[in-house]
Design a protein around this ligand. Sequence first.
Ligand code: SF4
Length: 248
Amino acid sequence: MKLLSGTIKLRVRGEPVEIALTIPQSPVHPQALLPALQKMTDAFVAHAVGQSESQGKSITCKEGCWACCRQLVPVSEAEARYLAELVAAMPEPRRSALQQRFRETIEILKHADLLEPLRDPARPGSRTLHALGMAFFELNISCPFLENHRCSIHAQRPLACREYLVTSPAQNCDQPTAESVQKLPMPASVFGALITLSKTPGTKTAPFVPLVLALEWASQHPDRNTPLPGPEILKRIIENLSGKQLNC
Ligand code: SF4
């Protein structure tokens, strides 16, 4: 695959941010750009952390703290496929162990009557996303990728995991409420921009997949979208981030 390397220059909250990226030049599906989008997310997060610290608010997330890994984590459709490919490429017995953890999680959700609502959170009559998230959190299910209280795919973790940092006391995350948990405000969400990329024009809701259903969803939804050149996908992501059309 032919790759293209370069530096994108953006203004984030009025400040210049330069990010060196390598992306495929040929037509690909969006998941092929995830390493670059992860890097972009990390750059935005670093900027947000710097701004927060300059205002005296430090990040309280610590290695080994895993409260947020019990939350309902959303991933984009591209990331669901990326995670499925990641697991499929793992050596045995790790691959089977992870697949088994995903299956066990589905069983717990089924017994709690949460599986169908999570398979289609946008269906009419479904609970609100907040209600689904709270019901999921009460089940106390750890993310299948969590091992020994650490993320076992830290370098490849989803964009939503990267964007989720808090400045409130870490213990508040055990019983999270809108008041007790202060999330780090992000200047721009690459996750949101990627979700928007797969939104059907004219529809209200942007599709997301609960991380715990990512393998199941990917196996049931082969990618039939037309591959696009890597630079075109990146352009659309930046347009979604900025809300402006780029003439290039
Ligand atoms: S992918 Fe990693 S960081 Fe994200 S919820 Fe799972 S264990 Fe936590």
